[in-house]
Design a protein around this ligand. Structure first.
Ligand code: SAM
Length: 201
């Protein structure tokens, strides 16, 4: 899997290292364990998916995270992306709207010994009590950028979020520079929908 990620253009050694030490098969359901190291998204229940490894690696690279950064992830899902970020030294906060998925992810965080702060709720409004964040990563596709997430981004902070319609999204990488935002986009991703007050209804 790591060779494949390098081959597809992932250059950040810290991302490749984290993805080589975290076992992806621990985060997938029993019937899919033999496909855990393929470059594909897999079902995790509740009509949701664990993102494909390339997408996880690319989004993580886009975050340009530093050790000790306070990071908010919206869309815990299986917990795999959260553990990758924690393994890279993030102080990780993660929100999931399905309690069943969060319960399962929390079991894995505990089993692997990662200190990850999590809650069940609507991540489109961020997590005010712990804001501001150095980095925010949204792992579901939104119709537009939720204003609360921009408001909760530290100066110098980076927000990575897929934006588009329900079929296809572009990955937006937004950097806050004092009171303005610089943006770049990468085209053609496919995420499950971000559902909530500032997402899809
Ligand atoms: N990061 C996940 C992983 O590593 O497995 C990927 C999960 S999946 C692609 C996106 C997740 O976002 C789903 O579990 C979905 O339930 C969740 N989600 C959708 N809208 C949400 C919201 N408003 N707040 C929190 N989670 C949300």
């Amino acid at each position: 899997m790591i060779e494949l990620l390098s081959h597809r253009g992932i250059r950040d050694e810290r991302v490749l290292r984290a993805m080589s030490v975290v076992d992806r098969h621990l985060f997938v359901q029993e019937p899919f364990i033999n496909r855990a190291y393929e470059d594909s998204a897999l079902p995790i229940g509740h009509s949701q998916t664990i993102s494909q490894p390339y997408t996880v690696a690319y989004m993580t690279e886009c975050l340009e995270m530093k050790e000790g950064d306070k990071v908010l992830e919206v869309g815990t899902g299986s917990g795999y992306q959260a553990v990758i970020l924690a393994e890279m030294g993030a102080r990780l906060f993660t929100i999931e709207r399905h309690m069943g998925l969060l319960t399962q992810a929390r079991k894995i965080f505990d089993k692997l010994g990662y200190q990850i702060v999590s809650k069940c709720g609507d991540g489109t409004i961020g997590w005010k009590e712990f804001a501001p964040f150095d980095r925010i990563l949204v792992t579901a596709g939104a119709p537009e950028i939720p204003q609360p997430l921009l408001d909760q981004l530290n100066s110098g902070g980076i927000l990575v979020i897929p934006i588009g319609d329900l079929d296809v999204q572009n990955l937006h990488v937004i950097k806050r520079v004092n009171d303005h935002f610089e943006k770049r986009e990468t085209f053609g991703f496919k995420f499950v929908p971000l559902i909530g007050r500032k997402g899809w209804r």
